[in-house]
Write a protein that binds this ligand. Sequence first.
Ligand code: NAD
Length: 508
Amino acid sequence: MTSTQTTTPGTGTVPASHWLDGKPYAGGSTRTGEVYNPATGEVTSLVAFASEEDVAAAVASATAAFPAWRDTSLARRTQVLFAFRELLNARKNELAEIITAEHGKVLSDALGEIARGLEVVEVACGIAHLLKGEMTENASTGVDVYSIRQPLGPVAIISPFNFPAMVPMWFFPIAIAAGNTVVLKPSEKDPSASLWLAELWAEAGLPAGVFNVVQGDKVAVDALLTHPDIKAVSFVGSTPIAKYVYETATAHGKRVQALGGAKNHMVVLPDADLDLAADSAVNAGFGSAGERCMAISALVAVGPVADDLVAKIAERAQGIKTGDGRRSCDMGPLVTRPHRDKVAGYIDAGEAAGATVVVDGRTVEPDGAAGGFWLGPTLLDHVTPEMSVYTDEIFGPVLSVVRVETYDEALALINANPYGNGTAIFTNDGGAARKFQNEVEVGMVGINVPIPVPVGYYSFGGWKNSLFGDTHAYGADGVRFFTRTKAVTERWLDPSHGGINLGFPQNH
Ligand code: NAD
């Protein structure tokens, strides 16, 4: 697939920033942002930031496309979904390279995120089953009642930098399959995956205007949150912005699901398999350089396991190869220089507050260019709950070990945390695991599984400050979110039922 290049009068040649009405759209705004290759530190392109007018044009495209798409048969809509699925599967390596070039994650991890997005596309291929309503014959004599699910209209998806393909795919396959039209506002840090996906939709036969992309920052987001024609907003990002998006868009009458940040704990009980626990902590702590909302950031070692566990994790962490995601490395750079420095600052603060730096990522020697945004895996021991490295979402390759004496202390720690996205317990005691899944106040729980992202036919979502709204992403909740039900009461008149009666309808 060729990259979309267009010429904006007065600004020279820049990557096509937006996509609407089935083609690239340069937009009228002159504001731009820099896009980096995090493995080299170089600016690789500029992304235009949409103005309010650009957003209005995208919403107009989605609004114009809605009536015909809503009335397109399920058979035809499903054919487009299957075509998109086949194209994406065949060309996923191209998309993985785009993700790695702008996000920095290693290619195998980029392919992993595409695979998890594909799962939702596959669920959406079965939309005909998911949209079925209910039917009751003879609810009253000669009266039938049934419910139908209808699409909402143009919907907005606003996504974060850390999964430029998967997070949009948590939402748009089901939204589109259900008959809605979409305006996607991806992260300005890695904008290109969205345009590649837009081209793929066009190739799959999706009518122009059903899937649109506007690039940009707060200006674009605010324009979507307040636009009268946008009926629903699916947001994923940090907690303060998620809360803002939820409050602003609901105040403008929209249906909203806003997924926020996280601080995920992994509890290791004394009877756990420590090699499995150490492998899992390393994979979940340092995969994607810790830039996952389901990353394990706090490891809660219960009772006597801590010394052995820390030694096993340290050994594994020291073997991780940090470097350019296009080479055969385990872990890539962080997304930007300021973010890398912020994460390193948390390590400094943890050390100053008395944590033991067991493995120090600040001194990493990467397999990559000197200018890359490098920080190696870092293991901190003896972290206590008042340290900033524990209280804050770090979003980097920093694993903090908190030592507690009992299961109850571990549980209390998790339940006191303002976030409730994911958690995991490692144990060989089924009773303890069952008690944990019952008592823990977190939306997604892993039992001997470190990153419990539900499969596509369940739904993804946290509790507390990790999600604002009533529905989770994809699965059955996704179908609920992107449709509204209508109940129809129907009677085919028989002359014996005529006559005037102003009383409230009763069933006979
Ligand atoms: P972010 O909140 O900075 O940005 C998310 C989106 O909001 C982007 O599209 C961005 O352009 C926009 N945005 C940023 N500031 C804004 C503002 N002031 N007003 C309006 N819009 C604004 O998040 P990020 O740094 O891109 O992503 C990392 C965060 O996302 C982490 O906190 C992570 O936990 C979270 N996340 C959560 C989940 C989840 O499922 N709960 C999944 C992935 C990422």
